[in-house]
Ligand binder design. Structure first.
Ligand SMILES: Cc1cc2nc3c(=O)[nH]c(=O)nc-3n(C[C@H](O)[C@H](O)[C@H](O)COP(=O)(O)OP(=O)(O)OC[C@H]3O[C@@H](n4cnc5c(N)ncnc54)[C@H](O)[C@@H]3O)c2cc1C
Length: 443
């Protein structure tokens, strides 16, 4: 293990691991409020160089988002908001020495950029998010794509566009799996990706791929083991979403458990096979294996760190966990029966705000406050076709109002990162320069 990176002369060291919806907002807020005045040294560590808000990944996958407009460079954000950024992946923790261990960073050519390093902390915040859970299903690792990082989404998009170009150029008839996409998991990711693909593939084809008839040749299959799409949301939202998807002729298969992913499709537990050229695994959620038994911290069966209402981990007051990687009780869930805060962007946002305040309270020697998840409902974007969701109280909403609510969630994230004036000016500029021609590109 290398020597800990020097950080002398600082009164209190806050180390945040993971610069996603939760961690980057926290680093920015703490940097602006405390880092700027030198009251704390804030260090953000992420295994990536830049941040894209995860609910936007399906737009990258479908090719409808200009990444350059929405990508935030950690180095630049750190410079402007008074925190340090270090690249690398969390691989270990020493609670006695108060050090986190970070893997060497190796670039895409296999060249090592940074060595293995350790960072000392006084307060540690773990915010490394979650990933999909394939439950050990055969063939997923070899034949399915995931949608967890910008690179995953870009890879999917390249393969999608190449499939269209290949089909357009071939002289013989299409094979049964060609131009078919199977999306496994009809949660928000699967549903949003289905609708976005429906729209953007038509735009791609309209750019001169005239041998393809989208209505006849393209098929999107959405496969869900539960008895309805969006099983985590109220039944009214599921019903409204399913009928919109069916209007788009997305083939929805509910009560359909995937037994294996094959090189050219998916086999269901009832023996049916769905041919597909591209398979996306978007089901289940778990936290990274590194959190399982991390230096004796309590974790649950999906590797989330168990936290108290203050968002401190149950076995260490100096370590907080927030966002998808935290298991935080939600006593009001399920009509008062209790449950856990769901892995959502609004929870990450709320928890980042609370932990910024908790750290200030800790420094001032004040008692910490309890976190209460405020559920403002859930919204799912069906591309430009519609937005559907529920407000608190299970009221189903749809259309323009739902769209505005959906967009406001991302605006809140942008406001936390860039402040009111920058976001207002950029939003105004985007409105002025909004192009009328299709924005999907043949990359
Ligand atoms: C495709 C998709 C669509 C979604 N749509 C919605 C939606 O519509 N509404 C909604 O509320 N939620 C949605 N979600 C969920 C939402 O994105 C998450 O709840 C939210 O991003 C969680 O924030 P987080 O900070 O905990 O994790 P993330 O935003 O995932 O950030 C985790 C960060 O940690 C870094 N990291 C991971 N492991 C390590 C490591 N070992 N060491 C160092 N760094 C690490 C990652 O690079 C990343 O930057 C969606 C998720 C996906 C994938």
């Amino acid at each position: 293990m290398s020597t800990p990176e020097a950080s002398s002369g600082t009164p209190h060291r806050v180390v945040i691991i993971g610069g996603g919806a939760a961690g980057l907002e926290l680093a920015t807020t703490l940097g602006n409020k405390l880092g700027k005045r030198g009251r704390v040294q804030v260090t953000l560590i992420d295994k990536a160089r830049s941040h894209v808000w995860k609910p936007k990944l399906h737009e990258i996958a479908a090719g409808s988002m200009d990444i350059g407009v929405h990508e935030v460079s950690y180095s630049a954000q750190a410079h402007w908001h008074h925190f340090r950024y270090r690249i690398g992946e969390l691989i270990g923790l020493d609670r006695q020495r108060r050090q986190v261990h970070i893997a060497p960073f190796v670039d895409s050519d296999g060249i090592q950029v940074t060595p293995q390093r350790s960072f000392e902390y006084d307060t540690l915040v773990i915010a490394i998010g979650s990933q999909s859970n394939d439950f050990g299903t055969p063939g997923v690792a070899d034949h399915a794509m995931r949608l967890e990082t910008t690179a995953d989404a870009q890879r999917f998009n390249r393969r999608l566009v190449n499939s269209c170009i290949r089909a357009n150029a071939q002289s013989g008839p299409l094979e049964p799996h060609q131009l078919r996409v199977a999306i496994i998991g009809a949660g928000a990711t699967g549903v949003e990706l289905s609708a976005e693909l429906h729209r953007t593939t038509r735009e791609v084809i309209s750019f001169g791929l005239d041998h393809i008839d989208p209505d006849k040749d393209l098929q999107i299959h959405l496969i869900e083991a539960a008895d309805r799409v969006l099983p985590g949301l109220p039944p009214g939202t599921s019903a409204a979403t399913q009928s919109l998807l069916e209007e788009l002729r997305v083939q929805v298969h509910t009560k359909a458990k995937v037994e294996a992913v094959l090189p050219k499709g998916v086999r269901l537990a009832d023996g049916r096979e769905i041919p597909a050229e591209l398979v996306v695994w978007a089901a289940g959620v778990k936290a990274a294996d590194v959190l399982k038994d991390l230096a004796g911290l309590e974790s649950n069966r999906i590797n989330q760190l168990v936290v108290r209402p203050t968002l401190q981990t149950t076995r260490d007051d100096d370590i907080f966990a927030i966002g998808d990687c935290a298991a935080c009780a939600w006593p009001e869930a399920n009509g008062g029966k209790g449950g856990f805060v769901p892995p959502r962007a609004q929870a990450a946002h709320q928890q980042a705000s609370l932990v910024a305040a908790q750290i200030k309270r800790r420094l001032a020697g004040k008692p910490l406050r309890d976190y209460r998840y405020r559920d403002f409902g859930s919204l799912v974007s069906l591309s430009d076709y519609s937005t559907v969701g529920n407000m608190a109280g299970n009221m189903v909403i749809q259309g323009w109002f739902a769209r505005m609510m959906y967009l406001s969630l991302y605006k809140m994230h942008e406001l936390a990162l860039h402040g009111f004036w920058k976001v207002s000016l950029e939003t105004f500029a985007r409105m002025l320069t909004r192009r009328t021609e299709p924005h999907v590109k043949l990359h």
